[in-house]
Ligand binder design. Structure first.
Ligand code: TMP
Length: 210
């Protein structure tokens, strides 16, 4: 039987460089010859990608925070069942662009929903599934927001106020401090070559501990 793959999530606020740094992760996995599945949340399956569109599209009707939370977990349930669990069971590493830490940061801190409800949904939907390693990409808010603002049309989250993103960033940093064994904090306000070196070293360490 295959050894179960590692579940790696990449988190961070808007404009912190997730795509660029996920490419670093994927390049390393290719170099090492490790079978992997690269995916994202919300999304990662056809149904979950449709839910993503519902979540991100700006609309006149305000979305109730609880409706948003349940949509996020509906997408996650489908994603885990049809993509994440089968890949891990087959021995592949899963590299996921955002996961439940984003729910604590955006729906918990951002929308100010109960963290206890989120924890209950996390247990219900995920069972024991938790990431093995979470790379938290972090940059000062002004750096991230100006990068994100250069991308053109803003989605429903990107249209939020600065205070929303301040709460999101603080929540991520607090979660990282509370779970140092799972989180690795990566300062992305540095030259890419330095960031990439750090990420490769973190992945090598995760592999050694697998
Ligand atoms: P992305 O643009 O980084 O791909 O993420 C899409 C948006 O979805 C981003 O603004 C954060 C938000 N989001 C949540 O609000 N809760 C979640 O659980 C996840 C995974 C993403």
């Amino acid at each position: 039987m295959n050894k179960r793959g590692l579940f790696i999530t990449v988190e961070g606020g808007e404009g912190v460089g997730k795509s660029t740094n996920i490419a670093v992760v994927v390049d390393w996995l290719e170099e090492q010859g490790i079978a992997y599945c690269k995916t994202r949340e919300p999304g990662g399956t056809p149904l979950a990608e449709q839910i993503r569109q519902l979540l991100l599209a700006p609309r006149d009707e305000a979305m109730a925070p609880m409706a948003e939370l349940l949509l996020v977990f509906a997408a996650r349930s489908q994603h885990i069942e049809t993509v994440i669990e089968p890949a891990l069971a087959a021995g592949q590493w899963v590299v996921c662009d955002r996961f439940t830490d984003a729910t604590y940061a955006y729906q918990g801190a951002g929308r100010q929903l109960s963290l206890e409800w989120i924890a209950q949904l996390e247990n219900l939907v995920q069972g024991n599934l938790r990431p093995d390693l979470t790379l938290l990409l972090d940059a000062p808010l002004d750096v991230g927001l100006s990068r994100a603002g250069q991308r053109g049309d803003l989605d429903r989250f990107e249209q939020e106020q600065r205070t929303f993103f301040e709460r999101v960033r603080s929540a991520y940093l607090e979660r990282a401090a509370a779970e140092p064994g799972r989180f690795e904090l990566v300062d992305t306000n540095r030259p890419l070559a330095l960031i990439a070196d750090d990420i490769r070293a973190l992945l090598a360490a995760a592999r050694a501990g697998q």
